[in-house]
Ligand binder design. Structure first.
Ligand code: GRF
Length: 185
């Protein structure tokens, strides 16, 4: 599931890893919260079916209907708290990726460049990404895995974001494989 400004790069990393047989799953659909999401174009180029489910009245039931047949949900650039009925329907089966080493630099309003600006302002020597289970709070669920990189003296938020994004594309497929394997044991 992707948000309005999603580029779809994590979704593409997951879908490609599935196609290469590296994740024991396939991406059955991409759901965006707004029609303009760039991730929808990426999904269509990859031959993945897409849906747009816009938040509002009866969002939970509409999402559940759209998610029919899915076993796992992966959020990537999806900036909202999921409705309770969706979380209840997929217990411990909703994942998110965040571009910092949680619990640092997470929470409401901490997304995109805000995260990397905060990391640089805090003078951190390392950053990275976190794949975690999703609950009813922002960036709060159990951590599945993290990948770290250095923060360099001359980093701008964009440069740091690009370094972290490389790690994200490795971390999400790895984390998804781990949770699926653990669940099927
Ligand atoms: C990623 O940086 C992810 O960590 C955050 O939103 C961004 C989504 O990027 N949650 P993309 O759409 O996957 O390229």
């Amino acid at each position: 599931m992707v948000g309005p400004r999603g580029r779809g790069s994590n979704m593409a990393a997951i879908a490609s890893a599935c196609l290469r047989g590296e994740i024991p799953a396939s991406v059955s659909m991409v759901i965006a919260s707004a029609a303009g999401s760039g991730a929808l174009d990426v999904a269509q180029q990859l031959g993945i079916s897409t849906k747009v489910v816009v938040p509002g009245e009866q969002y939970g039931p509409r999402l559940l209907e759209a998610l029919e047949g899915c076993d796992w949900l992966c959020l990537a650039g999806f900036l909202r708290i999921l409705p309770t009925e969706v979380l209840d329907h997929f217990p411990n089966r909703v994942l998110n990726i965040h571009p910092s080493l949680l619990p640092k630099f997470g929470g409401k309003g901490m997304y995109g460049h805000h995260v990397h600006e905060a990391v640089l302002a805090a003078g951190e020597s390392e950053s990275g990404c976190t794949v975690h289970l999703v609950n009813e709070r922002y960036d709060d669920g159990m951590i599945i895995l993290q990948k770290k990189c250095a923060v360099l003296p001359d980093d701008s938020p964009d440069v740091l974001a690009a370094r972290v994004l490389v790690l994200e594309h490795l971390a999400y497929p790895e984390a998804l494989t781990k949770v699926i394997r653990d669940r099927s044991r």
